[in-house]
Write a protein that binds this ligand. Structure first.
Ligand code: NZQ
Ligand code: ZN
Length: 394
């Protein structure tokens, strides 16, 4: 196993009505003025935003608001947030929403706290942030895991580049309020897309080609089984509290580092491939991952069929034998069947994209940073490999 450091400093408050603790939590943080950052219509429509504002006012916490974060959050909104926070002397950011809103908050936090450079440089990785404004989260969708993660992903409209920043742990939220009931209003597509993202955050860490730890494997395999089981329940019963709760906690655990302990950090090729789709075609992140995972898996599994066979046996109860290749392929098939069963795409065309060879070439060119980098560790992929995987996913 590999040496590792596990650092998950976010205070988690989990359960019904927990969002009503927001004001008190902010008060305890000793902040002067809070920016409440949110997305499109959902928090307005459900009344959540109003409830949070009232809660802060009752606790005597000063705040301003900024909405309009879209999925695949944009750099222009980040810049608007940075200007606003500077003008209004904001010293704490409260995200009311999902991964997109939280990531927009993280980028704003970087921008305000590092006035010596332009915030996009942190996503180009030409500069490293030295500080970040403190962040709190009221989560409304279980998916990205940004509520406990150290990373954020922003799309620059100039070139439609979607790039991540995970330089250090500066941006991990101080607290995350997880009330499963706040996710009842999600459209089914978003719920299930979120479930795929949660699975992927564990699979990216699981499919590595080095020795791993038994305890991490067991945690990962049971987390995946739990997500698969409850994602199916939510197809029929969106108001099932227990299923919502299992999925919500799985989302945080899947991306706070726990499922990567001892595995050396993970593969992340599918995420890199998907980020190009999200940046260029604005697809839902989890759905984009579902559309390419099978093609990636079939392209790479021969590097270590035994690992895929372990996945098949321990996650899908597929009887293992000495024929690791056969078991591996059955496991890949089972995961794709699961994606189909929750109405997630298993190809780019099912994702709604009809891409020409030229467009696929452009995706691979961007993903490989103009043919200057490889991605993945289970199998290192160069630009040609990326192109083949996108083509196989058509
Ligand atoms: O904007 P509103 O109206 O709120 O609608 C949102 C949005 O359209 C809606 N929604 C959220 N909560 C809702 C709701 N609708 C009804 N009821 C609710 N309770 O859902 C849609 C998707 O929201 P978004 O925040 O985009 O979803 P998600 O949490 O999946 O975040 C996706 C973003 O996170 C990034 C992705 O790349 C993508 O940009 N990721 C961030 C990571 C991180 N920071 O650690 C890791 C991930 O791998 C991921 O890359
Ligand atoms: Zn993800």
């Amino acid at each position: 196993m590999r040496d590792f450091e596990y650092y998950a400093p976010t205070r988690v408050i989990f359960g019904k009505d927990t969002h009503l603790q927001t004001g008190a939590l902010l008060k305890a943080q000793g902040c002067h003025r809070v920016l409440i950052h949110y997305g499109g219509e959902s928090a307005l429509r459900s009344g959540l935003l109003k409830e949070i504002c009232r809660n802060l006012a009752e606790a005597g916490v000063e705040y301003i608001t900024l909405g309009g974060v879209v999925p695949n959050p944009r750099l222009s909104k980040v810049r608007e947030g940075i200007d606003l926070c500077r003008r209004e002397n904001v010293d704490f950011l409260l995200a009311v929403g999902g991964g997109s809103v939280i990531d927009s908050c993280k980028a704003i936090g970087y921008g305000v706290a590092n006035p010596w450079t332009d915030v996009w440089n942190f996503f180009l990785k030409t500069e490293t942030p030295r500080a970040c404004l403190p962040i709190g989260v009221v989560l409304t969708i279980a998916a990205a895991g940004s509520e406990m993660s150290d990373s954020c992903v922003i799309t620059n409209e100039d070139g439609w580049l979607k790039r991540g920043s995970s330089h250090n742990s500066l941006c991990r939220p101080k607290f995350a309020i997880l009330n499963p009931r706040l996710t009842y209003t999600l459209p089914r597509y978003q719920t299930e897309s979120g479930c795929v993202d949660i699975l992927m955050h564990t699979m990216e860490r699981y499919f590595v080609n080095s020795e791993t730890m038994e305890i991490t494997d067991s945690i990962s395999e049971s987390l995946m089984q739990t997500v698969i089981y409850n994602a199916r329940i939510l197809m029929k019963e969106p108001g099932n509290y227990n299923a919502r709760a299992e999925i919500m906690w799985a989302a945080s655990l899947s991306h706070n580092g726990l499922t990567g302990c001892g595995t050396g950090g993970g593969d992340w090729a599918c995420h890199q491939l998907e980020h190009e789709l999200g940046g260029a075609y604005d697809v839902a992140h989890g759905a984009g991952l579902a559309a390419i995972w099978g093609s990636w898996a079939r392209y790479v599994y021969r590097e270590n069929p035994e690992r895929f066979a372990q996945f098949a046996a321990n996650v899908f109860d597929i009887p293992g034998g000495r024929d690791f290749e056969k078991t591996a392929l059955a496991g890949i098939q089972a995961m794709e069947d699961f994606f189909r069963s929750i109405e997630m795409p298993v190809s780019l065309s099912q994702l709604g994209l009809t891409l020409s060879e030229e467009e696929i070439h452009r995706l691979a060119f961007k993903c490989s940073f103009e043919d200057t980098r490889t991605i993945g560790v289970f199998k290192q992929l160069n630009m040609k490999d990326m192109e083949k995987i996108y083509l196989a996913a058509r």
